[in-house]
Design a protein around this ligand. Structure first.
Ligand SMILES: NC(=O)c1ccc[n+]([C@@H]2O[C@H](COP(=O)([O-])OP(=O)(O)OC[C@H]3O[C@@H](n4cnc5c(N)ncnc54)[C@H](OP(=O)(O)O)[C@@H]3O)[C@@H](O)[C@H]2O)c1
Length: 349
């Protein structure tokens, strides 16, 4: 592990320098990693493991689109692709990557497939932390570990192919074999993590649910909409409102933040922009802080996970979700966005 200073607080992290891919292969050489679920994370992790020379099989219910995707990606039915329970029986590390609601649904069957000394691995603390809601209580004779990429499964794969990585947190929730830590570090490196940082399943799920409801997705969508509506209400054109709200952020400013931090982005903007942004940032921070407080409380209380399980377990879940996403896509703001994107030089070629 390397000791890194994060703004004055020292934390231990693991990269492929401390834990090489060769070491990961050595640790996992007698293991079969069964990736259960081939939705968003499943393909990213399974393909990276495969390309890194790890013995990997996929477990997926037959007949659906995801089964077809696994076949298309080179997994062979009866050889490296099986129905979920069969894969769980064959695996020694069970990478549980069904949707969180799906995990709760299939758990009674999966539990029966676990052998003494297996490792049950999650990419989210949801299932084991909110066990009163999910019913997922692993037996005592298995390791329970977590490697949670901090990004979409899609970028887990594309970053790997680009020679980059997605940072991930890791946790040992239960160490039956005494090998739980080396197993999860090996797995974390082999799925293509940029660097691995330590967490617990509790901390992972609380921060993850807060992040995606907050700045990463929910808050982002909300504040963008608020600013776009304000500009439209005051007579600005859709093109102007969208460029000032979204396009300038995604095509220019956020790239500077990614490159070198917020101060770097500020220092590459006009003095007019800097002065205003520095003055207004504390007002926005103070305005949204109470909302973030409510959000964190709602996460800790289990209200958020309860809602997810209830919503995702209805038979028409996908149709309802699609209707909500269609509504977003068909709003003036995001239709304007499609037009703006179509005008990017690279899209006009
Ligand atoms: N999405 C991400 O990028 C991301 C990022 C970090 C962590 N995670 C975590 O990774 C895990 C997987 O998430 P995900 O987003 O990849 O899930 P997802 O895309 O929703 O995956 C759904 C998968 O689960 C299967 N499934 C759902 N319900 C099922 C059921 N009742 N029986 C059998 N199979 C069922 C689906 O099969 P069908 O296609 O046949 O329905 C599909 O293969 C979750 O714990 C999530 O919190 C996800």
């Amino acid at each position: 592990m390397a000791l890194i200073d994060f703004g004055g607080v020292k934390e231990e992290v693991v990269t492929s320098q401390e834990f090489s891919i060769e070491k990961a292969r050595e640790v996992l050489k007698n293991e079969t990693v069964a990736v259960l679920g081939y939705g968003v994370q499943g393909p990213g992790q399974a393909l990276n493991l495969k390309d890194n020379g790890i013995n990997v099989i996929v477990g997926q219910r037959e007949g659906g689109k995801s089964w077809g995707n696994a076949v298309q990606d080179g997994f062979i039915p009866g050889k490296t692709l099986f129905p979920v329970e069969e894969a769980a029986r064959k695996g020694t590390i069970i990478q549980f990557l069904l949707s969180d609601a799906g995990q709760a649904e299939v758990w009674p069957a999966i539990k029966k497939c676990l052998n003494k000394g297996d490792a049950l691995c999650f990419s989210h603390g949801f299932s084991v932390v909110y066990k009163d809601q999910t019913g997922i209580i692993p037996p005592e004779n298995v390791d329970v570990i977590l490697a949670a990429p901090k990004g979409s499964g899609r970028t887990v794969r594309t970053n790997f192919l680009d020679g980059s990585g997605i940072n991930a947190s890791f946790a040992v929730h239960q160490d039956f074999t005494g090998r739980a830590k080396e197993r999860i570090l090996a797995l974390g490196i082999a799925i293509g993590s940029g660097y691995l940082f330590h967490t617990t399943c509790e901390k992972e799920v609380y921060s993850d649910l807060t992040g995606e409801r907050g700045v990463l997705m929910g808050c982002l969508a909300g504040v963008m909409e608020a600013q776009y509506n304000l500009l439209r209400k005051n007579g600005h054109s859709p093109s102007e409102a969208f460029n000032e709200t979204v396009e300038e952020l995604t095509q220019s400013l956020i790239r500077l933040v990614a490159e070198n931090g917020m101060d770097w982005m500020f220092s590459n903007c006009s003095t007019t922009a800097q002065r205003g942004a520095l003055d207004w940032a504390p007002r926005f921070r103070d305005a949204v802080s109470p909302v973030f407080e409510d959000l964190y409380k709602s996460v800790i209380s289990g209200k958020e996970t309860q809602r997810v399980l209830e919503a995702n377990s209805t038979v028409d879940y996908r149709e309802k979700l699609q209707r909500e996403l269609d509504e977003m896509r068909n709003s003036e703001m995001w239709k304007a966005g499609a037009s703006v994107r179509s005008l990017r030089p690279e899209n006009r070629k």
